[in-house]
Design a binder for this molecule. Structure first.
Ligand code: C2E
Ligand code: MG
Ligand code: MG
Length: 678
């Protein structure tokens, strides 16, 4: 069950997002940790002012950490759900401060709340409600041309989401805290109980393993422990009382060597046994920090988080250390940990100083480290074996730096922090953004019998700043980056805005290609509806062209959406019929208004067999009652053959090539309203 969960948890987009954001925040926690380390060093040298300053810097940065977590995680969720980034970040940050204040979560003397569960939960809630409001079409991020209009849209959306969530927060606080008299946070653990100590250690490990800083969340336990330890020490000074076994330094020196999870054992294990070069490099880099009990690079880089193999020893090792040290102290093998010294004190030195100068303290630490190595060994070796080819450092840097590459300032393209991004695809998309803009070309579908254009198909093109036009060879790159829905939404909006000028002509129709992922975006239907409602077009004037590939993805969901679109009057065309493998099956399972015969079938009409196959494809389409359009006719012969089969609708270079809207106007294929009136 546990392994099953751990296998599937990383696939969860929210958890993957949280883990990704933690990795992005690694420099923040490292700088904060290094400042703290330096501050400790300065104290030892008696540089009080420097130490104070460094300590303040460290704690300021640490306080900023959850706020940055809110910002980055909001940004991730906005990209994930295709929501306006600014609205999600603004709402989340405001709510984080207000709700923490409402729930009384500010630490004394601090103006910035530190609460990781809220820092994670609030952006999720904001993004969730935003999605609902988008579905209810109260508002959505239109690409309004003017900054003021956009800001007004932003203010309204932020206010609505904040009001709803504040209401819920007040209600929850009233019911949970006030009415039921329950106290927030974790169950109260007794700092003096061994059993509760094990639970503390275990919970902390579990939290870390899902990317949550367990140390911070369970801080109240450590604070209580620190208080009891200090009180006992004060009593001992006056000659009464005894020191308990479980003191705050006890955990630091026996269960947190190298950081939570006794990860110093792991670092040594990696250094000694890893075959994978990347792991060894990571361990070398992490060793210095590990000596001072800072283990973020190992946690995030190896990684331990979301790693079903490494989580087991990560949970086990400190508990074994805890038990050994507890009984060794109880039976008098080592003196209890007496002092209250920095958790950063390196292992071995810590055991010696903590036990007030007993060498047995250091020896015990060594034994626990060795046992830790033995526990980590089989798990790490399995991982080392699995990691063929891919180095840990590769994945660390890849995950670290790949996310911010896509330019957010252009109409298409956004920040998608995928864990593994195809760099080649990213380069292509980046290059396109840098070198030009996207534009739409339109290719008429022509009715030979009626001698008129029946529809214009919008086809995307890239236009470089020097005027060079590229056909959509880049679609695959967008697809690999998960950006196709953005591209399709942009095309839809642009095509409908252009078509709006010709809506007055009852025969005018615009066709737009929709790719696999787009139809499955929850807001697709409402977006299409709104775009049409805001324009002067009728639903009947929009046609969506669907490729066969789409239908394989999620048949039930796709069918539902397509049927709803058809009910509105939007026509649905099956694109590229005859080019795939399962077209016939689709014809029987879905209802199409139009079937577009792919150009590939036309290429073989030179042979008897090719002609028969072509006419069979046409017949198959006709059986379903759909209108037939043949794509790609380039010559008179092809057109004649198509006509001989009784087909009159043709889209091909023979009649028209795809062209800019200005060229379409020039050819008189569309009429502007003013001209008609005139
Ligand atoms: P499609 O939807 O089947 O579009 C028809 C393609 O056939 C267009 O290629 C068009 O230029 C080409 N074509 C039309 N007549 C002829 C002809 O007589 N001879 C030849 N050789 N080709 C002809 P294009 O514009 O390069 O687009 C290729 C594909 O890329 C499209 O196939 C469509 O699947 C996709 N695509 C284009 N624009 C978009 C878009 O805005 N969104 C999405 N999702 N896909 C698009
Ligand atoms: Mg098409
Ligand atoms: Mg086609």
């Amino acid at each position: 069950m546990f392994t099953y969960l751990m296998k599937h948890l990383p696939a969860n987009k929210y958890l993957a997002g949280i883990s990704n954001v933690f990795i992005m925040l690694l420099p923040v926690s490292l700088i904060s940790s290094f400042s703290l380390l330096a501050s400790n060093g300065a104290t030892l040298l008696n540089w009080t002012d420097v130490s104070y300053e460094l300590n303040t810097i460290s704690s300021l940065i640490a306080q900023l950490f959850p706020v940055l977590l809110v910002v980055f995680f909001s940004q991730y969720l906005a990209s994930l759900h295709k929501q306006p980034v600014i609205a999600i970040i603004t709402s989340s940050v405001l709510l984080y401060f207000i709700i923490c204040f409402q729930w009384d979560l500010f630490h004394e003397g601090s103006l910035i709340p530190i609460n990781f569960p809220f820092a994670i939960f609030i952006p999720i809630a904001v993004s969730f409600f935003y999605q609902y409001l988008q579905l209810l079409s109260i508002f959505r991020d239109t690409h309004l041309p003017n900054v003021v209009e956009r800001s007004i849209n932003l203010v309204i959306s932020v206010c609505i989401v904040i009001s709803i969530l504040l209401g819920i927060s007040y209600g929850t606080k009233f019911v949970i805290l006030d009415a039921l008299h329950l106290t927030l946070m974790m169950p109260r653990l007794d700092p003096m109980s061994l059993f509760d100590g094990i639970i503390y250690e275990f919970t902390r490990g579990v939290l870390w393993s899902i990317g949550v800083n367990g140390h911070v969340i369970l801080a109240s336990y450590k604070i209580e422990l620190f208080r009891i330890t200090s009180e006992s020490l004060a009593l001992i000074e006056t000659g009464s009382g005894t020191i308990p076994i479980l003191t705050s330094n006890f955990y630091d020196f026996y269960t947190g060597m190298g950081g939570s999870g006794n990860t110093l054992s792991l670092v040594i294990c990696v250094l000694l046994f890893a075959k994978n070069k990347g792991y060894r490099t990571l361990a070398k880099a992490a060793l210095l920090l590990s000596i001072f009990n800072i283990n973020e690079p190992i946690l995030y880089g190896l990684p331990i988080m979301f790693n079903p193999i490494m989580i087991i020893p990560f949970l086990l090792t400190p508990i074994v250390g805890l038990l050994i040290a507890y009984f060794a102290t109880l039976w008098g093998v080592v003196p209890p940990i007496m002092g209250v010294i920095s958790w950063m004190t390196p292992p071995i030195i810590g055991g010696y100083l903590g036990t007030d100068g007993a060498i047995s303290g250091s020896i015990l630490q060594c034994i626990i480290i060795l046992i830790g190595i033995a526990i980590y060994y089989p798990f790490f070796m399995r991982m080392d074996k699995l990691s063929m080819g891919k180095t840990a450092l590769d994945s660390l840097t890849e995950r670290f730096f790949s996310s911010e590459k896509i330019d957010t300032t252009k109409a298409i393209g956004s920040y998608i922090p995928h864990l593994s991004i195809n760099m080649a695809a990213q380069k292509t998309v980046e290059h396109l953004h840098k070198t030009g803009d996207f534009i739409l070309y339109y290719q008429p579908q022509y009715d030979v019998d009626k001698q008129k254009v029946i529809s214009l198909e919008a086809l995307i093109r890239h236009c470089s700043y020097s005027g060079h036009i590229t056909p959509p060879t880049f679609i695959d790159s967008f697809s690999e980056l998960g950006l196709l829905p953005e591209l399709d939404f942009w095309v839809l909006e642009k095509a409908i805005a252009t078509a709006n000028n010709y809506a007055h002509d009852p025969d005018f129709k615009i066709s737009v290609n929709v790719s696999p992922e787009t139809v499955l975006v929850p807001t697709f239907l409402t977006t299409v509806m709104q775009l049409i409602k805001r324009s002067s077009l009728r639903f009947e004037q929009l046609e969506l062209e669907i490729t066969e590939e789409l239908l394989i993805k999620d048949e039930k969901e796709t069918k539902k959406t397509l049927n709803k679109l058809r009910e509105l009057g939007i026509t649905i065309a099956l694109d590229d019929f005859g080019s795939g493998y399962s077209s016939i099956a689709y014809l029987s399972r879905f209802d199409f208004d139009k079937v577009k015969i792919d150009r590939s079938l036309l290429l073989n009409i030179g042979t008897e067999r090719g002609r028969k196959l072509f006419s069979l494809a046409v017949e198959l389409g006709q059986i379903t009652g759909a209108n037939i359009v043949v794509e790609g006719a380039e010559s008179k012969d092809e057109v004649d053959f198509i006509q001989s089969l009784g087909i009159s609708c043709i889209q091909g270079f023979f009649f028209y090539k795809p062209m800019a809207i200005e060229a379409i106007i020039e050819l008189g294929l569309v009429t502007l309203q003013d001209e008609q009136v005139a």
